[in-house]
Design a protein around this ligand. Structure first.
Ligand SMILES: [Zn+2]
Length: 300
């Protein structure tokens, strides 16, 4: 099994304990519990090391006052100790800058430098808090929802609608044909020479393989002869699940969708192993696209 970055979360998610509201409150108030503060898209990092800060309740209260006003989600237990994500997004910037426990940093540039277990925990925390922020109000009747199960279920007190954490599935595929792989530069990052695998959201009523075939055809005009699943990856920008495939094309003639794809090329293994020579940038090691490229190269 291929282990992509952001996998390998060491926490026990204790699903069986979450229905017990008294246990959830006791864990939140336990002095040994730890909190992972998130401020908007940023994470609290320790001053003394490139590690995520996970202060105790007592340490947080000493700096911020009561923390009950900030939404929290039980992420799980590690060594009998509970870890909660704490959403401090309501704080204004001057308050976050004065925190002595650490400093807030965005995840994207930071992630490759973090221990993999901490990166996986951050991915969980971001996904959960993203979902919580989007569901403060009931999607059916617009009443304010109440958190249950340690914050991993939101229930409407008016109509009873229950909402559960969601993740958005994305198909990502390295398309190949007769010893060349297709890499594309999207229109979304015009300033960069970043070439990556094709990708797109899976739509309702569609299998992952059907999404691979549809997105590949829509973006490049390429039809597929064969689709092989490779691996998956939680992708916390903000809350996706990447499903990675290697896909064999029936031909190489490209018809690009100019709204999505600025440029696409069939590249040989030699070219992919020396991207600087072509003045292109390939996905970094934390991206599943990199795993797909490496898997294809290893088979050539
Ligand atoms: Zn409702």
């Amino acid at each position: 099994m291929h282990a992509n970055f952001f996998t390998g979360n060491p926490l026990d998610r204790v699903s069986a304990l979450r229905d017990d509201a008294a246990v959830m409150l006791a864990l939140r108030d336990d002095p040994s519990s730890r909190f992972l503060p998130v401020w908007r898209d940023q994470h609290l990092m320790r001053h003394d090391a490139l590690r995520v800060a996970m202060p105790s309740r007592e340490a947080l209260i000493a700096e911020l006052g009561p923390i009950e006003a900030h939404p929290s989600v039980l992420l799980g237990l590690r060594d009998e100790r509970a870890l909660f994500a704490l959403d401090l997004s309501k704080l204004e910037e001057p308050q976050t800058q004065g925190i002595k426990l650490g400093h807030f940093e965005p995840l994207r540039p930071l992630a490759p430098l973090l221990p993999t277990d901490e990166a996986a925990i951050l991915a969980q925390a971001r996904g959960m808090l993203h979902w919580r922020r989007l569901n403060v109000f009931c999607g059916r009747c617009a009443s304010r929802t109440n958190p249950e199960q340690g914050g991993s279920r939101l229930v409407c007190p008016n109509c009873g609608l229950q909402q559960f954490p969601r993740t958005d599935p994305v198909a990502i595929m390295l398309v190949h044909h007769e010893g060349r792989a297709l890499l594309a530069r999207g229109t979304r990052f015009p300033g960069r020479r970043l070439f990556s695998a094709l990708a797109g959201f899976i739509e309702p009523g569609e299998s992952a393989e059907e999404a691979v075939a549809r997105e590949t055809f829509e973006e490049t005009g390429i039809r597929l002869a064969r689709i092989d699943y490779h691996s998956s990856q939680p992708w916390p920008f903000p809350g996706s699940l990447m499903l990675g495939f290697l896909a064999e094309a029936t031909g190489h003639a490209l018809t690009l969708d100019p709204a999505e794809i600025a440029e696409a090329h069939w590249l040989t293994p030699t070219e992919l192993r020396d991207p600087a020579h072509l003045d292109i940038e390939l996905p970094g090691p934390i991206a599943i696209a990199r795993s797909l490229i490496d898997a294809w190269l290893a088979a050539q």
